[in-house]
Design a protein around this ligand. Structure first.
Ligand SMILES: [Zn+2]
Length: 634
């Protein structure tokens, strides 16, 4: 009996059924069609290409710019006994070589590649020789100049396709406007008969709200007191994560903070404490959240406005994945929407500044004109800014523009453990051990810890573990490994913990940097337009917020959600009762029992109060908690 998609889902993932529209997507992929799938956050995107790829012979190429996510997926597949590899910035040529060989000659099922690697000849030559089952393009909006995260290397995918003309493509993204959707299909050279699947952007359990406030910190505490359970608080800059976390802790709510400037160990501990519920609130920059799937987040609060609705929709969408009631709240000052638009206009750096940043980057890494194709470097933006005394936000934007113009690629911070492989065979190694007796114990320890695999493939190692086994300091282990590398005995790639900056072209002289001014102008207009849409979301309190998202992403909407602040306000209007306003006022920031509430009125109002509460409850504004206390939804 032939294996079905459902069998694979059961065997590999242990699930009985697909979620809508996963089954339809998989059907279309298996029928050989090109497919565009829009699945909002938490919609189970990867299953859509992993299941069909497992049903076919050969290797599935997955393109994604998110290295941390890529590594997670590779680890998950490996744990399920499926052979998977990834190629991304920060790897040596030797490491890449071995992965590509394995994809041609081994039984590899998935090869994840970050987009800037597609250009390399070494990749193209080998890719043409592979038996390819499917090409999956994740974060497909990166192919479009109308998108919020345009990455020119994505445009190479059409050329990659041409090397495997019979293989079909699945493009996946969480958010794309109608314009971007059309662009994805065109730029990926979709064949006729392609299909498009959209999971609705409406989230019925998620209540969106915007509060225009004078004092954000006070309101933040109030929201956290009202909405029990796990929460994420997003702020724009790193310093604020720490300040706000302290403020929350002082008010008796456990909180921690997270940003990309922390080292891997710190990031892991904080994330884990929050995931396990040891800490209730995590205050973070937008570096937090990718690949994190905590189902019971009750509240996502933004203290600063995201740059666009795409980002906001995704960050807010981390609340309530368990389908239970959850809240997504923006706290803003009255002028903030306007300021967002102004900032998009004003901080768009002029060409000369962009050139200056390019020049400084080249100086920072001492790259000579004409050299260094596809080299990766550790990048610490704070150190870079300090070194050249430049304005942080402007540098950030200039780097983004250099990326959009295709000169560089900047990956997010991710952790790559040290890897090691023997550069010589068994016999040569033995000769070396005899010749250099003082390293004999060290090499034996490597073999004991990591086994014969070290002769065939790069293996993750831990310098701490080796130090422990041999009872020597870690610094000694580093020294010995470096010595073995210099002696040609091992290939050793020390760990990395920083974002990687990759130069995609040979270095230009900054004055002759062929930067397309029309592109810059176009990207600036796009950024301003997106800031306008974000500002409208914050300032317009007349249109249902769920419907605003649906329309922005090109989905038709007919009914108000009934759960956002706009809808709730409308419902309040509907309740006609003389004491309604007083009731809402009293319950605005406290929970009371019926008797306690009644004490605020004249005894003669008792009947009236009961009917008012009933009405408020019917329209979903009022509820009763486990202690029989009345409270209103915000
Ligand atoms: Zn609504």
């Amino acid at each position: 009996m032939a294996t079905t998609a459902k069998d694979i889902l059961k065997q590999v993932w242990g699930h009985d059924d697909f979620r809508v529209p996963q089954d339809k997507i998989i059907e279309a992929v298996l029928a050989g069609q090109d497919v565009l799938a829009l699945l909002p956050t938490g919609g189970g995107k990867s299953i859509c290409f992993q299941v069909p790829a497992l049903m076919r012979a050969g290797v599935c190429l997955v393109i994604s710019p998110l290295i941390a996510l890529m590594k997670d997926q590779v680890e998950n597949l490996k744990r399920k006994g499926i052979k998977a590899y990834a190629i991304y910035s920060g790897m040596t040529k030797r490491e890449i070589d071995i992965v590509l060989d394995n994809c041609i000659y081994g039984d590899v099922k998935f090869l994840y590649v970050s987009p800037e690697r597609l250009k390399a000849d070494i990749f193209r030559e080998r890719f043409a020789k592979m038996n390819v089952s499917l090409i999956a393009v994740d974060e497909a909006h990166c192919i479009s100049q109308w998108g919020y995260d345009f990455r020119p290397p994505y445009l190479e995918i059409a050329e990659i396709r041409a090397l495997q003309p019979t293989v079909n493509v699945i493009a996946l993204t969480a958010t794309a406007t109608p314009q971007v959707q059309a662009d994805i299909q065109e730029k990926l050279a979709f064949k006729s008969g392609h299909e498009r699947f959209v999971k609705s952007f409406a989230r019925s359990n998620l209540s969106y709200a915007v509060r225009i406030v004078e004092d954000k910190e006070e309101k933040l505490i109030e929201v956290l007191q009202q909405v029990q359970g796990t929460a994420v608080v997003y702020v724009r800059n790193r310093k604020a994560t720490q300040d706000i976390a302290q403020l929350i802790s002082k008010r008796g709510i456990s909180a921690t903070y997270y940003h990309a400037g922390l080292n891997n160990a710190q990031r892991e501990v904080r994330q884990k404490d929050w995931m396990q519920g040891k800490v209730r609130v995590i205050v973070a920059t937008n570096a937090f959240g990718m690949g994190i799937d905590k189902p019971d987040v009750r509240c996502v609060i933004h203290l600063d406005l995201p740059e666009h609705l795409e980002a906001y929709y995704q960050e807010a969408g981390r609340a309530g994945r368990d389908e239970k009631r959850a809240f997504a709240v923006i706290l803003a000052y009255r002028t903030e929407g306007e300021e967002l638009i102004e900032r998009a206009e004003a901080t768009y750096p002029p060409i000369d500044f962009i050139k200056k940043v390019y020049q400084s980057l080249a100086n920072y890494y001492r790259i000579a004109v004409g050299s260094s194709l596809l080299a990766d470097y550790d990048f610490d933006i704070h150190d870079f800014i300090a070194t050249y005394k430049l304005d942080g936000l402007a540098v950030y934007r200039a780097i983004k523009l250099l990326q959009e113009a295709g000169f560089i690629e900047l990956s997010e911070a991710y952790y790559k453990p040290s890897t090691l492989m023997f550069a010589v065979d068994n016999r040569k190694l033995y000769e070396f051990q005899i010749a250099q007796a003082k390293l004999d114990l060290f090499i034996k320890a490597l073999l004991r810890l990591y086994g014969g695999e070290l002769f065939r493939d790069f293996f993750k190692i831990s310098e701490e573990k080796i130090a422990e086994v041999l009872s020597i300091p870690v610094s000694e282990v580093f020294k010995k490994l470096q010595y073995l590398e210099q002696s040609g005995i091992i290939y050793y790639q020390p760990r990395k913990d920083k974002p990687q900056l990759t130069f995609l072209t040979p270095r230009y002289d900054a004055t002759s940097l062929p930067i397309d001014t029309r592109l810059i102008k176009f990207r600036k207009e796009t950024a301003i337009e997106k800031a306008r849409a974000m500002s409208a979301y914050v300032n317009d309190s007349t249109f249902c917020r769920t419907r605003r998202f649906m329309e922005y992403f090109g989905e038709e909407s007919y009914n108000d959600c009934g759960a956002c602040d706009v809808c709730i306000d409308k419902k309040k209007e509907q309740v006609e009762n003389p004491i309604k306003d007083k009731v809402l006022n009293i319950l605005q920031d406290q929970r009371l029992t019926f008797e306690e509430l009644l004490a605020c009125f004249k005894p003669a109002d008792k009947e009236n109060l009961a009917s008012c509460l009933r009405n408020l409850r019917d329209v979903g504004i009022l509820d009763v908690d486990a202690q029989k206390k009345l409270y209103i939804h915000h």
